[in-house]
Design a binder for this molecule. Structure first.
Ligand SMILES: C[S@@+](CC[C@H](N)C(=O)[O-])C[C@H]1O[C@@H](n2cnc3c(N)ncnc32)[C@H](O)[C@@H]1O
Length: 297
């Protein structure tokens, strides 16, 4: 496993360090902690230079000034301690959107695009669909759906006000704030009773990692634990969501949840026990069963 424990020291920085030299040294330092050391180095240096990656390749001989070197060194120190590139840059691409990310929110993952794709498919025949996103985080799922369906109306909830602040900023940044209502809620606690049987679709990527999973104290330790870990071997929040969503869905409407690599069977059982039909699990690009869905009667 890659991680800070195996990291190499940061290279010494000299007065006359060129872009090319800085990138080469940084790549070597990052090899043991990152699956993409060259890309990480480029993104971090481009950020310090306030330029894009093309600039780095166009002007490899340019010498870094002191402020640029200091910035790059600070970024590398943090990255060598497993701090994610997305937090250092303050943004992450998801679907077709550029999202602001802070350490308050989970960094949206490419696997979650499967959930978005499936959601869009399930509402393709519905006009002005009403959608609920539970545990919205950066707003990734809700915003991606809203960007593809200009007629959709969404409610996005999260238990954390700090998280919702970031999600709201992302909605404004992507000019989607007029169609998404953000609500602070512990799952369904603050979703009004008159919203029962009112959603055409409910989506969620809840916390689903077992509290004793060693990754929580290793590579993903800088991301919020409240976004990642759930009791009962990671199934506690999935269970609450599956049990309660059925009350809030219109008839013949879907709940889609993302889950861990070994949670598809358990999720299917919960869907079955709670009277959903058309229960299916789909694999992500890594051939891992990543989402499970079920339909209300
Ligand atoms: C795995 S993250 C998903 C974030 C985002 N939807 C995504 O896919 O990138 C789970 C989110 O659920 C939120 N959450 C955790 N417990 C919650 C609860 N009891 N009620 C509502 N949201 C909760 C966390 O704050 C976090 O933002």
């Amino acid at each position: 496993m890659k991680g800070a424990a195996n990291s190499k020291p940061i290279p010494p920085f000299f007065d006359k360090f060129s872009i090319k030299e800085a990138l080469a040294e940084a790549r070597i330092s990052l090899e043991n902690i990152s699956d993409s050391p060259a890309l990480d180095a480029e993104l971090l240096l481009a950020n310090c230079l306030k330029k894009n990656q093309t600039y780095l390749h166009t002007w490899p001989e340019i010498i870094l000034n002191t402020a640029q070197q200091e910035c790059f060194k600070k970024h590398l120190e943090k990255r060598l301690n497993d701090y994610p590139v997305a937090y250092l840059l303050g943004e992450q691409a998801f679907w077709t959107l550029d999202l602001i990310v802070t350490p308050d929110v989970l960094i949206p993952r490419p696997e979650t695009e499967l959930l978005v794709e499936t959601a869009l498919n399930k509402i393709s025949h519905i006009k002005q669909p009403r959608i609920l996103d539970l545990g919205t985080g950066s707003g990734a799922i809700a915003l991606a759906i809203a960007s593809e369906r200009p007629d959709a109306l969404l409610i996005a909830c999260d238990s954390s006000n700090a998280v919702l602040k970031v999600a709201r900023q992302n909605a404004i940044r992507n000019k989607l704030d007029n169609r998404i209502e953000f609500i602070q809620s512990n799952w369904f606690a603050n979703i009004q009773a008159d919203q029962q049987q009112s959603f055409d679709l409910i989506v969620s990527n809840p916390p689903y990692i077992s509290p004793d999973d060693p990754h929580l104290s290793q590579t993903i330790r800088h991301e919020p634990r409240t976004a990642l870990a759930a009791e009962n071997n990671g199934m506690a929040d999935i269970e609450i969501i599956i049990k309660n969503s059925i009350t809030y869905l219109k008839p013949k409407s879907y709940l889609i949840i993302e889950h861990g690599y070994d949670q598809a069977k358990l999720s299917q059982q919960l869907f079955l026990q709670n009277n959903y039909i058309n229960i299916e699990s789909y694999k992500d690009l890594n051939k891992i069963q990543r989402i499970t869905l079920g339909c209300s009667l």
